[in-house]
Design a protein. Structure first.
Length: 366
């Protein structure tokens, strides 16, 4: 049987804006999903070098030329947060599908504009809440949906990093002008909240938050965004919970941990050990390994290699681009994070900022 016989679709043509950490991760994911990486645009002076680094067919000096190119079907926005909305709107206006990194935008108004523009243009808009693609996260979700955890009692966790611990550690994210008004929460807290809602199917209804900026200056730069966010919340179903978000926790590199306790059991997931899912019980707790032979089908689908052959972060991006490709080709994939999810995360960050400023509980708009 030839590839024509099985109806292999045309290879989608991708363009990436931003050639840093995420640009490189997205480039590998495009290759893994069978796409063609036609172009990359970063800062004008880095066009050729960026193309070589990402293995793109060509470098564009200006992102506006990349998004307008009739050689590109899908635009990946991997640039600093403050320019996400402008690039995404231009790409949608040019008829492209868009994978825009989180946060989708730096204000609720911008995020609404972008979400409406994607719907009006009838284009696929995806925001990489990639932790959804860990097989053991899908397994936790399937267990909860099957009633194995029981009625939820309490949910909690944290997302901790240490790369901004030092007083001189800095990045474009620390300034609201380039990163947006929330840093730690919008940058990584958004992942945690998305994952909680995705796994439990229960949405956060209201938040009460406190923020701290540990380093008020970083090198020569004044810092106007938070290093730490502590958020207490209540879900629409009335379940209470909390999360601690920090980019200044020594020794914690990318520790997203999520713990969900119900009437029957507790599920605990740690992103730094994503091959495992702990199921706590009054008697006989279990530590599940990622074994495609024992997972629910909706989790096994994301287990690409046999048990004991570790999968991780890059595989999540590969799966996200693969599922985006399927969605563009008309096959709706369950669990693909859309612009509506990105808008929700921007609303959540806005509620957290308002709560911390006004020292009160704030509802999260739907
Ligand atoms: N989904 C995830 O897990 C995840 C992880 C990390 C970062 N991100 C997101 O990805 C985005 C990029 O983050 P990063 O860590 O790759 O940053 P980075 O600093 O490593 O790279 C940013 C790149 O953007 C380009 N750039 C800079 N200014 C630009 C401009 N004005 N216009 C166009 N391009 C410009 C440059 O090529 C630069 O290398 C951010 O929005 C961040 O929140 C998402």
């Amino acid at each position: 049987m030839t590839v024509q016989d099985v109806g292999v679709p045309e290879r989608l043509r991708h363009g990436i804006v931003g050639a840093g950490f995420m640009g490189q991760v997205h480039a590998r994911a495009v290759a893994a999903a069978g796409g063609r990486l036609v172009g990359v645009a970063g800062r004008p002076e880095e066009a050729e070098q960026a193309a070589r680094l990402l293995g793109a067919e060509r470098g564009f000096r200006e992102w506006s030329d990349l998004v307008a190119s009739d050689q590109i079907d899908v635009v990946h926005v991997c640039a600093p947060n403050a320019v996400h909305a402008e690039i995404t709107l231009a790409a949608l206006a040019a008829g492209k599908h868009v994978i825009c990194e989180k946060p989708l935008a730096v204000s609720v108004e911008q995020a609404l504009d972008v979400t409406r523009a994607a719907a009006d243009a009838d284009r696929i808009g995806v925001v990489p809440f990639v932790y959804r693609f860990h097989p053991m996260i899908r397994q936790a979700r399937a267990k909860i949906a099957a009633g194995e955890v029981g009625r939820l009692n309490v949910v909690h966790g944290s997302y901790l990093q240490d790369w901004l611990l030092g007083a001189d550690d800095t990045n474009w994210r620390v300034s609201a002008a380039t990163g947006g008004p929330s840093r730690a929460f919008a940058d990584i807290g958004s992942h945690w909240c998305d994952l909680l809602e995705f796994v439990t199917g229960s949405r956060i209804a209201a938040v009460s938050a406190r923020l701290a900026t540990v380093n008020g200056e970083r090198g020569a730069a004044a810092v106007d965004t938070e290093d730490v966010a502590v958020v207490q919340f209540e879900t629409e179903a009335g379940v209470i919970g909390s999360t601690v978000i920090s980019q200044v926790s020594a020794g914690r590199k990318n520790r997203l941990s999520l713990e969900i306790s119900g009437a029957e059991s507790t599920l605990a997931f740690d992103q730094e050990n994503p091959e495992l899912l702990w199921e706590g019980r009054r008697a006989g707790s279990l530590l599940h390994v990622r074994d495609p032979q024992t997972l629910y089908p909706e989790a096994a689908r994301y287990a690409l290699v046999p048990a004991g052959h570790a999968q991780g972060y890059q595989d999540c991006f590969n799966a996200l681009v693969r599922d985006t490709t399927a969605a563009i080709n008309g096959t709706v994939e369950d669990g693909l994070p859309r612009f509506t999810d990105g808008l929700r995360a921007v609303r959540m960050a806005d509620a957290v900022l308002t709560s911390a400023r006004e020292r009160t509980w704030v509802p999260v708009e739907n």
